[in-house]
Design a protein around this ligand. Structure first.
Ligand code: DX5
Ligand code: ZN
Length: 219
C-alpha cells in the first residue's frame, strides 16, 4: 500500500492534493506531526488533521507522532479524525500502556523507531501493535536519502511478526527502492517528495505502485 505523506503537499491546497493522492491510488494519508523537540522541525497539529478529515471524509488517516510527549496529543488527534496513531519507542517508558490508551479511544496503534534505534528496543513490543514503522531516514524532514540498513530492520521484524502486524517504511521511498522494501517485508510505504514533489501526482503514484509490485530480493 502507498501512504501519501501530506508533509510535501501544497499546504495552501491540502484538500486538492490529498484527494489527488487518494484518487491516484494511495491507500491512506500519512500525517507527520513534529513538535520542534523530538525532531528539529514543526509541522501541523490537530486542527490541520481535522481539516483533512473534513475534505477527505473516507480516507484512512495515519498519524505519525514525532513528538516527545505523545500521550498529551493522542486524544486530540483521535478526536480530529485519526484512524491510527503511531508514536516513537524512543519517547515512551511504557509503550504497551500507551497502546492500550490509544486503542481505548478507538484508534489502531503503531510503534515507530529511528534508524539508529536497535531492534532490541522494539522486540518486547512486537505483538502489542497493529503496525511497526521503520524510519528509513532521520525523522524531521522530507526529501532525504533512503537509509539502506533500514531494510534489515524491516526483515527482522517481519520474520518475527508474520502476518500479525503491518510494517510501514517511512523516508526516502522512491521507485528505485520500493521493490526492495516490499521484498524485505514492508506492506505500507510512505512517500512525500517522490509523490507530491513531482509535477504529476497521478504519474508519480503509478511509478511508485508499479515499483512495489516488481520482484526483488533482500540479502
Ligand atoms: C520524516 C517523515 C516522513 C517524510 C517522508 O520525518 O516522517 O513521513 O514525510 O518524506 P520523503 O518521502 O520525502 O522522504
Ligand atoms: Zn512519517
Amino acid at each position: 500500500m502507498l501512504a501519501a505523506s501530506i508533509f510535501s503537499a501544497d499546504f495552501a491546497n491540502l484538500g486538492r492534493d490529498s484527494n489527488a493522492a487518494l484518487n491516484a491510488g494511495a491507500a491512506l494519508l500519512h500525517v507527520d506531526i513534529m513538535d520542534g523537540h523530538f525532531v528539529p522541525n514543526l509541522s501541523m497539529g490537530p486542527l490541520v488533521c481535522a481539516a483533512v478529515r473534513r475534505v477527505c471524509p473516507e480516507a484512512f488517516l495515519d498519524i505519525h507522532l514525532m513528538v516527545t510527549d505523545p500521550k498529551d496529543f493522542i486524544p486530540a488527534f483521535i478526536k480530529a479524525g485519526a484512524n491510527s496513531v503511531t508514536f516513537h519507542v524512543e519517547t515512551v517508558k511504557d509503550p504497551k500502556e500507551l497502546a492500550k490508551f490509544a486503542r481505548d479511544l478507538g484508534a489502531s496503534v503503531g510503534l515507530a523507531s529511528n534508524p539508529e534505534t536497535p531492534v532490541l528496543a522494539i522486540e518486547p513490543f512486537l505483538n502489542d501493535f497493529d503496525l511497526h514503522l521503520v524510519m528509513s531516514v532521520h525523522p524531521g524532514f522530507s526529501g532525504q536519502g533512503f537509509i539502506e540498513s533500514s531494510l534489515a530492520k524491516t526483515k527482522w521484524i517481519r520474520e518475527r511478526v508474520g502476518s500479525r502486524a503491518r510494517i510501514e517504511m517511512d523516508g526516502g521511498v522512491d521507485p528505485n527502492n520500493g521493490a526492495r522494501c516490499v521484498a524485505a517485508g514492508a506492506d505500507v510505504l510512505v512517500s512525500a517528495s517522490a509523490l507530491f514533489g513531482k509535477p504529476n501526482v497521478a504519474l508519480a503514484a503509478k511509478a511508485l505502485l508499479d515499483s512495489f509490485s516488481t520482484t526483488s530480493r533482500v540479502d
